[in-house]
Design a protein around this ligand. Sequence first.
Ligand code: SF4
Ligand code: SF4
Length: 297
Amino acid sequence: MEAIKGVKNPAEWLETTIKDFVNKSPENTLQNRENEKAWADPLVGFSRGDDPLYQEYKEKIGTFYWTPSEIFNKTFPELKVELDQLTVISWILPQVESTKSDNREQTVYPSERWARARIYGEEVNIKLRQYVVATLQGSGFKAVAPMLSPLWKREKSERYGFASNWSERHAAYASGLGTFGLCDGLITPKGKAMRCGSVVAHIKISPTNRPYQDHLAYCLFFTHGICRKCIQRCPTGAITETGHDKVKCLKYIRQTTVEYVKSHYGFDGYGCGLCQTGVPCESKIPIKQDVETYESL
Ligand code: SF4
Ligand code: SF4
């Protein structure tokens, strides 16, 4: 373990680093005329590099899926690091209210703000990953953002169709930040309308408590057999009671919405997120009464 250089509480230090970047940096922008923020105040969580969940992911998704130690060791092959000395730092970037309210009104295509969040907001997320890695390394802690690794790629999972060798949402689930919904999105305390990111670092931090028993704990369809609002919101029939059809969804986003975004908003982009907005789990962990509220609107 490398020496902690002037960092008394690494969890607090990293949480502040991430929150300050999002809340104070001019990099957090939708790049529209008004220069609005792309993301609201983030959530941050931590999980141990040797958390058995990561091995379970590998067993379920495929041998190509990285555990934290695999991507760390591929990045720093010269280091000999004990598994329990690695931490996964995960964050949730909630959509801002104006982006959510615009997209709530949409029934087929993404709103301009949503499409901007998908493209320019993800650029912010990339810069945040780079910033977290640079901050850690500047203090003597080796770190890697798996999604930015040149080794990151999509593969074919026997069980789940196409899948990548690192999943930000699975890292967030392991880090106590939320559980999966019928549409595959991660339902967090700030809702499902968000994007997430992570970094694996050689630093020891106590893991965040996972306040749930299983990976579907926050979705009303799985807990109470109700809701299904995301099914109704999907313009392309990619969500059913049996789950989310990733191929159909991706085809719609990368083909149909690309043309729409270019012709209506004037930039090269795409997106959808209709199943993440105008649903009870959009901005919170939903309760039964939230479904009634949506029905009465
Ligand atoms: S909209 Fe309802 S059914 Fe769909 S993920 Fe959210 S809680 Fe689950
Ligand atoms: S992102 Fe759009 S196309 Fe994909 S599942 Fe959600 S609503 Fe359907």
